[in-house]
Design a protein. Structure first.
Length: 278
């Protein structure tokens, strides 16, 4: 099948979700791909849950140094993001397998995954800085936690409803034209560039959702699981964009409620007095 430049650049009316029905993998290979996803995601979730039990939910960085935080962050992102990005990733790795073998194939696959995780690591540095700042603020000014929560939910809601979210979500739901573009990338570091490019869109798609981990707690397993489900459904369900808008509106409602409802702010609550004591 031959693709022209016009056909690649022409916007589709209704992007098909990745995975089954998205045309990226035959059903048999898709089943094998999901089996591999489970083998990787389950240990990542087990490690994340184990660390969360030991650390609990506290404001700020919970005393973690940046290297340890990034290690836990990348593990969390692998657990949360792998199911939703697996069809695209395995499609690209499948293409690598057709062109390479042995060590070269393994090296190119690691390069691709390294590029993807590098983007999330950079985002993790920003998350660490935000958590450190908010942790210091609530330590010095306990009542500030409510307004930090309000701001986080407000920004998350506005981002969910904004145009950048849908540019990135469209890419994640209908990546075929981008996969064709990636095929035109030339060595060296082609697979690294592909991983960084796709990872950047993935971060753009999920950035608003990650913001709510500030009030909910970065090691809040229930919050992580809920966000993982939202990310998965947004990308793979035919009505994923509608869900994104519903979630955005829900965040705006939570922004209004958060200054008066401590239960919405478990990631900031330890440093806040009760409303009765104010």
């Amino acid at each position: 099948m031959r693709f022209t430049r016009a056909s690649v650049l022409a916007p589709a009316r209704s992007p098909a979700p990745t995975g089954a029905g998205g045309g990226l993998l035959p059903t048999r290979e898709l089943v094998a791909a999901w089996f591999l996803v489970v083998l990787i995601a389950v240990p990542a979730w087990a490690l994340t849950i184990g660390q969360a039990r030991d650390m609990g939910v506290e404001p700020g960085t919970m005393g973690m140094a940046l290297p340890l935080f990034l290690l836990l962050w990348v593990t969390m992102m692998a657990a949360m993001m792998l199911p939703s990005m697996a069809p695209v990733a395995i499609t690209w790795v499948r293409g690598i397998g057709r062109q390479s073998s042995g060590r070269n194939r393994a090296a190119r696959t690691v390069e691709f995954l390294g590029g993807y995780l590098t983007v999330w690591t950079v985002f993790g540095v920003l998350a660490y800085a935000a958590l450190a700042l908010t942790g210091d603020l609530v330590a010095d000014h306990p009542t500030a936690g409510r307004w930090i929560g309000f701001t986080a939910f407000l920004l998350a809601g506005l981002y969910q409803l904004g145009p950048l979210k849908y540019v990135c979500l469209r890419h994640c739901r209908d990546p075929m034209s981008h996969l064709m573009r990636y095929a035109g990338f030339r060595p060296p570091a082609r697979d690294l560039r592909v991983g960084v490019h796709h990872g950047t869109y993935c971060v753009g798609c999920c950035a608003g959702l990650m913001v709510v981990l500030i009030p909910l707690g970065v090691m809040n397993v229930a919050a992580m699981a809920g966000l993982a489900v939202v990310i998965f459904v947004e990308k793979l369900w035919s009505r994923g964009p509608l869900l994104a808008r519903v979630v955005g509106l829900a965040f705006l409602v939570l922004a209004v409620l958060s200054p008066f409802q401590d239960w919405l702010l478990p990631g900031l609550q330890d440093s806040m007095p009760s409303m009765d004591g104010m």
